[in-house]
Design a protein around this ligand. Structure first.
Ligand code: SF4
Ligand code: FES
Length: 369
């Protein structure tokens, strides 16, 4: 196999701690405790190693990255390493003073999540009373300071009707970009398929609305769109292809080819505590496992789209087909596709309460607590 190219982007999951309890959380069922998180010095070293490896963009994520008291120091370290920094946040835990400190530290961009476009919806989905009002306040501070802003709206059966308003809110907040992401079922979110699965009609309406808005708002707002996976005919090109453009570092320093890779039981992962990032990227067994196309089975192996979508999502193949090398069952060529569409319809027709993201020691909220 030819030597892989260096990664473009790194997602640093600074912490799994989070004030929200979103039912669609894609973090693993077992969260990393605070005591096991990488230190400021460890992260700073990892950022330098990432820049040396060729990473250009650093996404600072969580959990809620603002739960790290040293966030400003981490941003400064990343900027000193020459990385473009994007903070992915719910806004909870950020004050105007803290945002100004992040600006001073060199933060380049903020991505603000949106759980709904009304206080009732947003606070119910996030399981955090007052979260929506807080977010609007944070958006105002972001605009005042002048950070480039992306709004990130996760949509599902309960809030897909709010898509038009989410687009308006992005414009009102001065965002340059909105990510309209239909819920993806990884990690905790898998528990909530009955509560959150959109109907096929909703999924189609969202696709239509996005297409119409892309034309109408051309030059004003860039719209990134993640369609409803289970209702699609072809899978997403997950991670741009396994081990090809990006990598994730979990709060404890475990290096992952994607967010959900630990759901694939036979993979063994390396840690930045033990090995340099470059060695993990180029030689790590987990990265090699599904790189390129040689691992593929039929129908992917002889498919003309195999370098377009790389067989879809390995973690979804694991979750739905119990085989990470299988064709993603979303694909119309998969023998499991018809069954998946039937299951999607059944999930969409089911009535189930939200199962809130819980964490050790954290009370599970009642709606809009
Ligand atoms: Fe993609 Fe495999 Fe489906 Fe072809 S068969 S479209 S490569 S998932
Ligand atoms: Fe792991 Fe898609 S989330 S490959």
């Amino acid at each position: 196999m030819t030597k892989p190219k260096p990664p473009i982007a790194m997602l640093a999951e600074l912490t799994h701690r989070c004030p929200l309890s979103c039912p669609y959380c894609s973090n693993p069922l077992e969260l990393t405790r605070q005591e096991a998180e990488l230190s400021t010095d460890d992260w700073s070293r990892v950022f330098r190693e990432a820049a040396d490896l060729g990473v250009l963009q650093l996404h600072l994520s969580g959990g809620e990255p603002a739960a790290r008291r040293d966030l400003e120091d981490l941003v400064r370290a990343a900027c000193d390493a020459g990385l473009y920094t994007n903070l992915i946040t719910s806004g909870i835990g950020l004050t105007e003073r803290r945002l100004r400190a992040l600006d001073e530290a060199g933060l380049d961009h903020i991505q603000l999540s949106l759980q709904g476009t009304t206080p009732e919806m947003a606070d119910e989905i996030g399981g955090y009373r007052g979260g929506f009002a807080r977010k609007l306040q944070v958006a105002e501070w972001i605009g005042r300071i002048g950070f480039p802003l992306t709004l990130n709206a996760v949509l599902h059966r309960r809030n897909l009707h709010q898509l038009p308003r989410a687009l308006e809110m992005a414009l009102e907040m001065g965002a340059r970009r909105i990510e309209v992401a239909t819920v993806q079922f990884h990690g905790w979110a898998l528990k909530n398929r009955d509560a959150l699965m959109p109907t096929k009609a909703q999924a189609e309406e969202a696709t239509r609305l996005v297409a119409e808005a892309r034309t109408r708002l051309k030059g004003q707002l860039v719209i990134d769109y993640v369609p409803a996976d289970y209702h699609s005919d072809y899978p997403k090109r997950c991670m741009g292809g396994w081990g090809s453009t990006g990598l994730n570092v979990a709060p404890d320093g475990t290096v992952l080819p994607c967010h959900a890779a630990q759901t694939i039981p036979h993979l063994r992962f390396d840690s930045v505590r033990e090995l340099p990032l470059a060695e993990i990227w180029y030689e790590g067994a987990a990265f090699d496992a599904y790189r390129g196309t040689e691992w593929m089975q039929e129908p992917c192996a002889s498919c003309e789209r195999k370098t377009v979508d790389f067989g879809g999502c390995r973690c979804q193949a694991m979750a739905l087909a119990h085989d990470p090398a299988a064709t993603d069952p979303v694909c119309i060529k998969s023998p499991r596709h018809v069954d998946l569409q039937a299951r999607a319809a059944a999930h969409a027709a089911a009535a189930a309460p939200l199962s809130y993201r819980s964490a050790p020691g954290k009370p599970v909220p009642t709606p809009a607590e």
